[in-house]
Design a protein around this ligand. Sequence first.
Ligand code: NOJ
Length: 555
Amino acid sequence: MKKTWYKEMAVYQIWPRSFCDSDGDGIGDLGGVLKKLDYIKSLNVDAIWFSPLYPSPNADYGYDISDYKNINPEYGDLETFKKVLDEAHKRGLRVFMDLVINHTSSEHEWFRESMKSKDNPYHDYYFWRKGKSDKKPPNNWLSCFEGGAWEYNKELDEYYLHVFSKGQPDLNMDNPKVREEVKSIMRFWLDMGVDGFREDVITYISKDEGLPDGFPLPISTGIEHYKKGPHLYEYLAEFRHDVLDHYDCFTVGEGPMMTTETALEFITEGENQVLNTMFHFQHMEADSIMTDWVSVPFSLKKLKKAFTHWQNELAGKAWNTLYLENHDHPRIIDRYGSLKYRVESAKMLATMCYLQCGTPFIYQGQEIGMTNIHIDSLDKYKDVVTFNNQKVFAKIGIKGDRFLKLANKCSRENARTPVQWDDSPYAGFSTAKPWFELNPNYTEINVQAAENDPNSILNYYRKLLKFRKENEIAVYGSYKEHLKESRTLYVFEREYEGQRMLVINSFTDKNVRFEAPSGFDLSKGELVLSNYRICPLSDNSFVTRPYETRVYLFK
Ligand code: NOJ
């Protein structure tokens, strides 16, 4: 496959509100990012993806944008952003912005204008529709976040569409003026020096003609009419040709419910490619069904199947993303690892994921093994998704403490607690009470403690990412799974220009005998990464320890 910088990089994701506060208001900001740039660089990553930094009334913490060409005053201003960009570039770190164009905030000027009258030039920037004759909304769609997908406006006697919260009206991408606005936003940031975009729910931007009723579901009814709409490809191609092709930039599209088949329509390399790569979700469903809120026992076989499928189907055609955490999911150690073996399992999970073929994305706090938080009262939650689920689950009798228990396990807010920098009050995140609950385990789990421990998760991440940087096999090597039927071990091989690498991962606290697959002589391999002290091997097998990982390189 063609070699290029975005395949070789690793990306660090910042969810700014909870990263680091520099001005003592309890909210993370760009001053905090500036202070931590050397730290980020020290992880051996090559780029930062910022979750939205733009002005926002925070109906969905930044994913509801009220001004696309500015910075949220809670985080700083354009000058500070330029400084961050410049300082990041000086350190060899690229910077990607979050591009949220499926919807704006209901407080965006375009939406305010659109509400003024039916003949306002901005009215057609959104989906305003008459209700049905019986005073029902225009169709039966349900939002992903907040009940029905339509909100009524009395003055206009029309409804507007919001696939997410009420504060996030969907943009009408079929309007060429809206597409021009998107291009202008892209150019604004690219001209400033930004290196690309993570494109939020980009696969939703085109809706089926006539907005027909959808198949009834508990949430997101209607999704089949926009999850890959009729003009999606065409609009992405337009953005590529009119804007992206004129810059050396990177795009990763978020594709909920994406299959490999569909993804390949957009990311297959060559003339018709419209995105560099995509975030897909199948590997995030090894302990859940469709949503994190419907959990089932973790299945390693399900996890392996998802990873291997994406590795095999994209091989030689398109580029993959590799991630285990972001701001939308509970922490991974609680899900696929073990709290008892937190350090071992965190290292194993990172090795398993980031030594596959694709670009690694690491979410803030993941590199020190942050875990889910136990919250003792529903009042302390902040997110529209948690509140919506409270209503959804109440309908089936899951209320009060039972719902609280569920939220503790399943809410994405688990990933949004402030980053734990040290063991001082407020974890070195701020000098004031943080905007959201701090995980009390910060006294033990924090960056400072991890810096001082050569065997910390943090130092392992550094080693792992350095290894990937220095060994092309880890980036460009082919992928082959072994021991497919094992319910406890995930073993795969990479191969590149005569070299081979064997990656062995245990997903259990039990001891399991591992026999090297035929063709591998472990005594001839160099053990390049591991999460335990290793004794010399007496034969071509060994017994794994809890959540053990080993990487052997054969030159
Ligand atoms: C996906 C984002 O990652 C999520 O945080 C957000 O709530 C939705 N898109 C809506 O923008």
